[in-house]
Design a protein around this ligand. Structure first.
Ligand SMILES: C[C@](O)(CO)[C@H](O)COP(=O)(O)OP(=O)(O)OC[C@H]1O[C@@H](n2ccc(N)nc2=O)[C@H](O)[C@@H]1O
Ligand SMILES: Nc1ncnc2c1ncn2[C@@H]1O[C@H](COP(=O)(O)OP(=O)(O)OP(=O)(O)O)[C@@H](O)[C@H]1O
Length: 323
């Protein structure tokens, strides 16, 4: 049964090889620092953020083909989403998936009106509603892939313009590595020297909606000390950034299991430091060695939580060889 499923998957993946096809990786991120400030008139909050990409990633296989003559005029998108074992299914219709929205929006921005079909096979390994930027990274990867399929230059400014309209975290994934961002957490300030050290991601059952976390924050805002902001702004390397997140209290009020994960991480001898990422519900834990990271992940799984050992990386949403 499993062999048959694997064989079927191979056939599908083979259809995404050769000319007119591209494979793109969409890495996860964590926020080493997140200092949320005032709510702005547009509803977004001021945010000073330091994001770091991880080597753990989703995969998008994309293919461009002329549409069936009897099909709709203009662009059609066929999206097949497969979720890794151990993760809940993604409860989003294909047309609402941020991947489809990204491709459509780029086609509009470059005024592309060809009658054609973009097919996408999206392999999700990054859990949703985890603060790991999975959807945002998929969107950036979809822009990178569609740009390549349509022969756009990788540095065409319309790619970044469209990225900003899709979500605050999306532009970061076009740069990747480690970066300081301000504005609404979407404006690139500068790059930091990235790390390559091990990190464990732990997520209790249940996600946190980003919008709900910001609403809870407004009810009980927690300021970030100016000295922490200054240290984040002065850092030259990822490892010099103080680990802080003033959205954590709000997210813990929405998902109390987050406090259990925090308490576990504080007591775990294999964990050096831990912090909730973004609006949660994933917590990332820094470990000294890959062995320690593996042990910490195993301990977290024994408690019934999703856990994954990975590394920080100098990676971004990028096309890779398909084999
Ligand atoms: C928590 C973070 O992930 C940290 O990197 C980001 O701030 C959120 O980025 P994101 O998931 O790309 O968020 P978006 O899809 O742009 O916004 C979702 C919702 O979060 C709230 N939001 C987001 C970013 C921000 N600076 N202020 C906000 O108030 C808004 O209510 C918005 O409607
Ligand atoms: N390709 C996708 N992957 C994940 N979520 C998607 C995708 N497309 C649409 N969504 C919707 O977006 C919601 C949040 O996505 P995502 O996983 O990026 O949020 P997050 O973990 O809160 O990340 P962030 O750190 O950007 O706040 C999901 O609950 C889902 O409904």
């Amino acid at each position: 049964m499993l062999a048959a499923a694997r064989a079927a998957q191979k056939v599908d993946e083979a259809a995404f090889g050769g000319p007119g096809a591209v494979k793109v990786i969409a890495p996860a991120k964590v926020n080493l620092f997140l200092g949320i400030g005032q709510r702005r008139p547009d509803g977004y909050h001021e945010a000073l953020s330091v994001m770091h990409a991880l080597t753990m990633h989703d995969v998008l296989r994309m293919r461009l083909a002329p549409a069936q003559p009897e099909g709709p005029a203009g662009l059609s998108i066929a999206l097949d989403c497969r979720v890794a074992e151990g993760l809940p299914p993604l409860d989003v219709p294909p047309e609402d998936n941020i991947v489809s929205r990204a491709i459509r929006r780029l086609a509009e921005a470059i005024v592309r009106s060809e009658r054609e079909q973009v097919s996408v096979l999206l392999e999700k390994r990054i859990p949703a509603e985890a603060g790991l930027g999975g959807g945002s990274s998929d969107a950036a990867a979809a822009l990178v892939g569609a740009a390549q399929l349509w022969g756009l230059a990788a540095d065409d400014p319309r790619i970044e313009e469209v990225a900003r309209t899709l979500g605050a975290d999306v532009p970061f994934f076009l740069h990747g590595g480690c970066a300081v961002l301000d504005g609404a957490g979407d404006a690139f300030v500068r790059e930091l020297a990235p790390m390559g050290s091990p990190v464990v991601l732990v997520r209790p059952a249940g996600g946190v909606s980003t919008a709900a976390a910001y609403r809870a924050f407004d009810e009980c805002p927690v300021p970030v000390p100016a000295s922490d902001r200054d240290a984040a702004l002065a850092a030259a390397r990822a490892q010099d950034v103080p680990l802080r997140n003033n959205l954590a209290t709000a997210s813990e009020s929405l998902l109390p299991a987050l406090a259990d994960v925090r308490a576990w991480a504080e007591a775990c001898p294999d964990v050096q430091q831990a912090l909730m990422s973004g609006s949660g519900s994933a917590v990332f834990a820094l470990c000294d060695t890959f062995e320690a990271a593996g042990r910490a992940a195993a301990q977290a799984r024994l408690r019934g939580w999703w856990a994954h050992a990975t590394t920080f990386g100098r990676v971004r949403a990028a096309a890779v060889p398909s084999r």
